[in-house]
Design a binder for this molecule. Sequence first.
Ligand code: CP
Ligand code: NVA
Length: 301
Amino acid sequence: MKHFLTLLDYTGEEILELLNLADQLKYELKHGIPHPHLQGKTLGMIFQKSSTRTRVSFETGMVQLGGYPLVLNANELQMGRGEPIQDTARVLSRYIDGIMIRTYAQKDVEDLAKYGSIPIINGLTDFAHPCQILADLMTIREYKGDLDGLKMCYIGDGNNMANSLIVGGLKTGMQVSIATPDDYRPDPKVLEFAAGYGDKFTLTNDIFAAAADADVVITDVWASMGQEGEAEKRKVAFKGYQINAELMQKAKGDAMVLHCLPAHREEEITAEVFEAHANEIFDEAENRLHAQKAILVKLLK
Ligand code: CP
Ligand code: NVA
């Protein structure tokens, strides 16, 4: 298990192993038990997009593990002036022990892995957000005990979050139901993967059908980073693709709500539902720290 690029590369068992380790690291942190697994190790963190959670949780996580986090703003690297990713990968591999990168193209992450010789972690691309999904699965397990057999519903854009939720959910035994407008479906590669799971996966544009009897209801922004120019067009396309009280009536009475954040109230989720489920949503944000520490220990130790 050398890189963490997409959950497609991981088996359900490997995902569950990471979740177990994340639970253990969370326990140790809460009980003041030191866990310096990465003493003397350096993680470079390259950001080509904004971040609050990913940036702070990876940086803090590295410190808690006894390692050293190095934030590398892409615009301050030669990469920002056109130095090829292939060369950046080979140079950084001579100095540091791992790279976390947040960028646009999945190919950039794959190229870092191909040309470098250190573990690469995907901190979000346009295709996938695997670190977030690990935290989401961890949070669902905390509230529901077991993932196997639960129904996950996602409403909104068939974006990086949708792609990774489909893969992570199906691989861990969940039933996954996605509602998107026809023009904003998940990535064809992910749909091809999901087709192998038969009726455990459904894709519809009927949000009420998707949410029926769901154990967990999830959404994300209508316009992701890099799509700001399409924001107005997307507001029209996604009208109605919202988690609100009416939709929650269709889900199970004890259904959870998750949102990776940042959230746009009254767009993809109402303030009312958001606040009613704030504990789950902020546990989810906290679990980024623990889940990513598990990834770091697995790859860098
Ligand atoms: N959810 C998430 O990845 O948050 P940031 O963009 O703040 O890192
Ligand atoms: N889909 C969102 C997720 C942000 C964490 C984006 O890519 O901007």
